[in-house]
Unconditional design. Structure first.
Length: 253
């Protein structure tokens, strides 16, 4: 508990410092300085997770990452997920919900660093805008795109229904999709303030090459991510066994 309290205090102090220090970078025409600054922030948070909270994260399967940009589709169990991915991959275009605009400076920082900010209430129009405009910009810059297909944090061993937007991005980008499994939720569960010391694992899985249809792609992506995440959590299931049904999406306040 003491380590968790120290981590949470450090988390907010470091986050506020990096947010305030990023403000002048919003005036710089080039987005790369603020993108580098946010990656440094992610690395600082990863260091705090290890040295203060005692959670060391091991990333396996780096050799599977495609050459060049990709759609990185990752399991989402913990607030720490984003820190790990941003510290591993340079200059990511992160798909984020517009609810983050409620936090001071955060919306401006996300847009300046080239994040793909999605209108959560925009429906099909928002999806079309994402594919036609924001994704095209990321493609023009040769950047990988990070997306959490469930759209929500999920408890370890559970899942939300995978949203079809990940397929539309995969089809429009014309690049491989890289599935990512994790068990970080065992050590920093969902939005809990308490962390449990130990060694967490993030695993980069076999890339899905371009060209699959929607049903085949969604089935393969979800199956591979969920089964690998269960394995990492120590909950092995038979290859032929059906996955548990998805959780209902949480109701937004």
């Amino acid at each position: 508990m003491i380590r968790s309290i120290l981590f949470q205090a450090s988390y907010w102090i470091v986050s506020i410092f990096f947010a305030l220090a990023a403000a002048p970078l919003l005036l710089v025409p080039d987005r790369r300085p603020i993108a580098s600054w946010i990656r440094l922030y992610a690395r600082a948070m990863r260091a705090l997770m290890r040295w203060v909270a005692g959670v060391r994260v091991v990333v396996n399967g780096r050799e599977r990452a495609p050459e060049g940009p990709a759609i990185i589709a990752a399991k989402h169990q913990s607030w720490g997920d984003g820190f790990i991915m941003m510290s591993e991959f340079p200059d990511l275009a992160v798909v984020a919900g517009d609810h983050l605009d409620r936090f001071p400076l955060v919306g401006g920082i996300l847009r300046k660093m080239g994040a793909i900010v999605v209108d959560n209430c925009g429906g099909a129009f928002a999806r079309a805008k994402l594919v036609d405009e924001e994704l095209a910009r990321a493609a023009g810059e040769g950047r990988s795109v990070l997306i959490y297909p469930e759209g929500h944090l999920a408890p370890v061993g559970a899942r939300h229904r995978y949203k079809k937007g990940v397929f539309h991005m995969y089809a429009a980008y014309g690049r491989p999709a890289l599935p990512v499994a994790t068990n970080l939720g065992l050590f920093w569960s969902q939005q809990s303030w308490r962390l449990r010391p130990g060694i967490a694992t993030v695993e980069l899985l076999t890339p899905i090459e371009p060209g699959l249809g929607k049903e085949a792609f969604m089935s393969r992506l979800e199956d591979e991510i969920e089964r690998a995440s269960l394995r990492l959590a120590g909950r092995e299931i038979a290859e032929s066994a059906p996955l548990a049904p998805p959780l209902p999406d949480p109701v937004e306040a």
